[in-house]
Write a protein that binds this ligand. Structure first.
Ligand SMILES: [Cu+2]
Length: 152
């Protein structure tokens, strides 16, 4: 009975080493929010917007459009990237499909609206002359709830 016990101990030790190895690769992540990488592999990626990491749920070209819909969920905007023309005015129909309150916030345009779960609201935005304008949720910016208005 000595040998099987020793073998089991060795396996245990090996798995502990493996576990601590793989979980040590993340950087930061102290908030405890669910990581976006686990679900929907392929459709959900992370992109960099400004100095933020954004959960990417698609791009939509809105050139020539006067309005568009953006869904808010835990924790992303869908679509995440709106591509338009320089200086374009656009009405965004926001709807919060998530289970938490979310905001749609753009510092440079003084926009900051808050939606409770199930809420819908409209906001007027203006595309920049060049480059991009970042929007984000004040509550979940660090969880990747970030998007942008970008000029093609
Ligand atoms: Cu949010």
């Amino acid at each position: 009975m000595r040998n099987p016990l020793r073998a089991a101990g060795a396996v245990l030790a090996a798995s502990i080493v493996l576990t601590s190895c793989s979980s040590g690769t993340g950087s930061g992540g102290s908030s405890g929010a669910p990581a976006p990488s686990g679900e929907g592999s392929g459709s959900s990626t992370t992109i960099t917007i400004g100095s933020d990491q954004a959960n990417n749920h698609g791009e939509k070209t809105v050139t020539g459009e006067s309005s568009v819909e953006i869904k808010q969920d835990n924790f992303f905007f869908g679509p995440t990237v709106l591509t338009g023309s320089a200086g374009q005015a656009l009405t965004i129909h926001l709807s919060n499909d998530g289970s938490a309150p979310h905001t749609f916030t753009i510092d440079s345009l003084n926009i900051d609206v808050e939606l409770q779960p199930g809420d819908s609201k409209d906001v007027q935005v203006t595309f920049p002359q060049s480059g991009f304008t970042e929007f984000y949720c004040r509550f979940h910016r660090a969880s990747g709830m970030v998007g942008e208005l970008t000029v093609s």
